[in-house]
Design a protein around this ligand. Structure first.
Ligand SMILES: Nc1ncnc2c1ncn2[C@@H]1O[C@H](COP(=O)(O)OP(=O)(O)OP(=O)(O)O)[C@@H](O)[C@H]1O
Length: 256
């Protein structure tokens, strides 16, 4: 069995609301293994993005520990590649300047950074757009720049928070196929938040479902589809059955 690259050990998290503390996670334990593609689904406000903010170190647990590649560090910023909900490209920086940002922050030499960014832009079909600004690009292209930035963090773990939710149906589909091809080529571990059950089934090895509050345990579904994935695979009886079960689990969630 491959090694765990991410582990939550009895992680609890609370936030303050006026004069009281609200429990969001209660002794949560889970593991993600090297090279897995994991989707996380759950109703709005169930805690999906909070899991990512804990992993990146933007939030800290009140108890328990988070292990990345076997290490527990209080400062985890920069140890995973993170693509937040909005693409967060800086409108005043060119595509090149946006892509190079994680390398600048890490203090990589200008020459090395240049090589990595040029190579990445080429691989991601963005050559020729180096000097353009984000506003010149389509939604799918902006998401590719944003994904490149997460990849250039150099981490083996990528956290993608609803990256395709704002895209039209056709662009979304081609981006899903593109992402799978990138993942198969690079072998990184991906955690992917989505509201779209079909998207989770199409992309993932396992799906984590947040169904309770506070979250004590992630429900888990192992997607019964071989790779490479095809759209027609989504119509297999065992997959449509799982889809129905997932939708049912999301419905059963207690009201927040
Ligand atoms: N530091 C904080 N301060 C105040 N509220 C917080 C904090 N962290 C989390 N919350 C609350 O916890 C809940 C879970 O938030 P989170 O963003 O993780 O949900 P989500 O499942 O990602 O939702 P969505 O699907 O809408 O993005 C929300 O009600 C949010 O307002």
């Amino acid at each position: 069995m491959s090694k765990a690259v991410l582990e939550f050990k009895d992680v609890s998290f609370q936030y303050q609301e006026t004069d009281k503390s609200i429990d969001l996670l209660d002794s949560l334990h889970f593991r993600v293994f090297d090279g897995e593609f994991i989707s996380i689904i759950g109703a709005s406000g169930s805690g999906k993005s909070t899991l990512f903010r804990l992993i990146t170190g933007l939030e800290q647990p009140v108890s328990g520990s988070i292990h990345i590649n076997g290490e527990q560090r209080p400062n985890r910023l920069g140890s995973v590649g993170y693509m937040p909900q909005q693409d967060l490209l800086m409108p005043w920086r060119t595509i090149y300047e946006n892509a190079v940002l994680p390398l600048e922050i890490k203090g990589v030499s200008k020459q090395d950074a240049h090589q990595q960014v040029v190579k990445g832009l080429k691989e991601f079909g963005l050559s020729g757009y180096e000097q353009n600004y984000p506003s010149d690009l389509s939604g799918g292209m902006k998401q590719r720049v944003s994904f490149l930035r997460a990849v250039l963090s150099g981490s083996n773990i990528l956290l993608l928070d609803e990256p395709f939710s704002a895209l039209d149906a056709m662009t979304k589909l081609s981006m899903q196929e593109w992402l799978l091809a990138q993942w198969e080529k690079r072998g990184q571990t991906i955690l992917f938040i989505t509201h779209d059950v079909n998207e989770a089934l199409f992309l993932s090895d396992r799906i984590f479902i947040l169904t309770e509050r506070p979250v004590k345990q992630l429900k888990e579904a192992v997607v019964p589809m071989n790779r490479p994935r095809t759209l027609s695979g989504l119509h297999a009886p065992e997959v449509t059955k799982m889809k129905e079960q997932l939708i049912e689990q999301l419905r059963e969630r207690i009201s927040l």
